[in-house]
Design a protein around this ligand. Structure first.
Ligand code: TMP
Length: 204
């Protein structure tokens, strides 16, 4: 029996990370083995790539190649073996982030990203993607309250509007696995939507 692969997406400051943790708790309470991971990152090699990616200046092609290289290692070393053991994999960001940030945000070629996606992932895609959607202005307020910004978080509101449009485009292209979560409300309001979505699939 292979496990389920769930990814969490949204612009920086949408509040998704608390829900990754909350869903992990929810699943563990029901006796499931959960692997919590993130991108870029999730393996020693990919975590080193993450440091470069978040702090060094580079062009959009370099960004895309780095995140896909890190993803390749992450899939081979961690995601695929965990799914093969029947574990649930919860991943904070995955390939939709590359389409949203490098594709829509930076204007990098969507078709080339689709080719890289096939090359790196084969047929592997998430079973479910929870997209935490919030206005860029609200996300900026939340980010400012939470932490010092990294290289991408320093981008302006126009960039995050494009990233959000990129997520909307991916959502329209992959309606079967993509769910839009209205991330404006309180933690509890947003969690109720997450719980509803995972419950109604009947997988756990
Ligand atoms: P995080 O802060 O949510 O861990 O994400 C790290 C940053 O990397 C975030 O600003 C989004 C960005 N990113 C990309 O630009 N492309 C990608 O493919 C991924 C996975 C993340």
């Amino acid at each position: 029996m292979t496990g389920r692969f769930v990814t969490f997406e949204g612009i920086d400051g949408a509040g998704k990370s608390s829900h990754v943790e909350a869903l992990a708790r929810w699943l563990r309470e029901r006796g499931h083995t959960v692997v919590l991971t993130r991108e870029p990152g999730g393996t020693p090699l990919a975590e080193r790539v993450r440091e470069l990616f978040l702090h060094d200046e580079m062009d959009a092609l370099t960004e895309a190649l780095l995140v896909f290289a890190a993803r390749r290692d992450h899939l081979r070393q961690r995601i695929e073996p965990s799914l093969a053991q029947g574990h649930t994999v919860l991943c904070d960001r995955f390939t939709d982030a590359t389409f949203a940030y490098q594709g829509a945000g930076r204007g990098f070629d969507w078709t080339v990203l689709q080719q890289l996606e096939r090359l790196v992932q084969g047929t592997r895609t998430p079973d479910l993607t929870l997209w935490f959607d919030v206005e860029p202005i609200e996300a900026a307020t939340r980010r400012a309250a939470a932490r010092a910004p990294d290289r991408l978080e320093r981008e302006d509101e126009a960039f995050f509007k494009r990233v959000r449009d990129g997520y909307a485009r991916r959502c329209a292209e992959h309606p079967a696995r993509f769910v839009r979560i209205d991330a404006r409300g309180s933690l509890q309001t947003v969690w109720s939507q997450v719980e509803h979505e995972v419950t109604r699939r009947g997988w756990w």
